[in-house]
Write a protein that binds this ligand. Structure first.
Ligand SMILES: O=C(O)CCC(=O)C(=O)O
Ligand SMILES: [Fe+2]
Length: 218
């Protein structure tokens, strides 16, 4: 019988622990705009103020370099954007944003990698990928479990974050974010979080990405 199948009966535990349409924080109310349940994918509004977005771009403008991916940190055409990482709590702004991110993502900042900034010019993209490392890689011993991608500007055309296996995409809007997690026991759910950054057609695209790990990293 269908209901005897334990995988259909047991609800998967999620990391994200907010319900309803708002996340009320000390300094801010975050809007939960869209919510897909399995896998959990959320579109969030009012995550960063316009000023915070502008400052993050300003602080990283001169530091972004052609992105490297994977354990060997090689330049690769899977990701043609430029990027940089902030050091942990590198300055007051980054610290403040990290604290907010930690409240949103439901994990202490000790699980957080350094905040990453990505810049895309027209034609640049990040092809579909998983944020978690393959089980064969050394990095998978303390694998990533969740992602928050924050949009730092409005993009004139293109640059959507797309989830090809979910038939779902998010248009970048300054101050908004997309959240998803892939720490499910059911690995098929993790696989469904495949996503990419579509080529920017017109304008620039700036995002800040926060990845969380299974075990503490700081
Ligand atoms: O730029 C995007 O929309 C996607 C970024 C991304 O997938 C990442 O930073 O892991
Ligand atoms: Fe990603």
């Amino acid at each position: 019988m269908l209901l005897d199948n334990p995988s259909l009966m047991t609800k998967e535990q999620t990391i994200f622990n907010h319900s309803g349409s708002e996340i009320k924080l000390k300094d801010r109310e975050i809007d939960i705009v869209t919510r897909l349940e399995k896998p959990l994918v959320l579109v969030l509004g009012n995550v960063l103020s316009n000023q915070e977005c502008d400052e993050l771009i300003q602080l990283s403008k001169d530091k972004v370099q052609r992105s490297k991916i994977g354990a060997a940190r090689e330049v690769n055409n899977i990701r043609t954007s430029s990027s940089m990482f902030f050091e942990e709590s590198e300055n007051e702004l980054v610290h403040q944003i990290e604290m907010r991110i930690s409240d949103i993502m439901g994990l202490s900042i000790e699980y957080a990698e350094g905040l990453q900034i990505l810049k895309y010019l027209p034609g640049q993209e990040y092809k579909a990928h998983h944020d978690y490392f393959a089980s064969t890689s050394r990095a998978s011993k303390n694998n990533r479990i969740s992602t928050l991608i924050m949009y730092l500007n409005d993009v004139e055309e293109g640059g959507e974050t797309y989830f090809p296996k979910l038939g779902f995409s998010v248009s970048p809007k300054k101050g908004m974010a997309v959240y998803f997690e892939y720490f499910y026991k059911n690995t098929e759910l993790n696989d469904l979080t495949l996503h990419g950054g579509a080529p920017v057609v017109k304008g620039e695209k700036w995002v800040a990405t926060q990845w969380m790990r299974k075990q503490k990293v700081r």
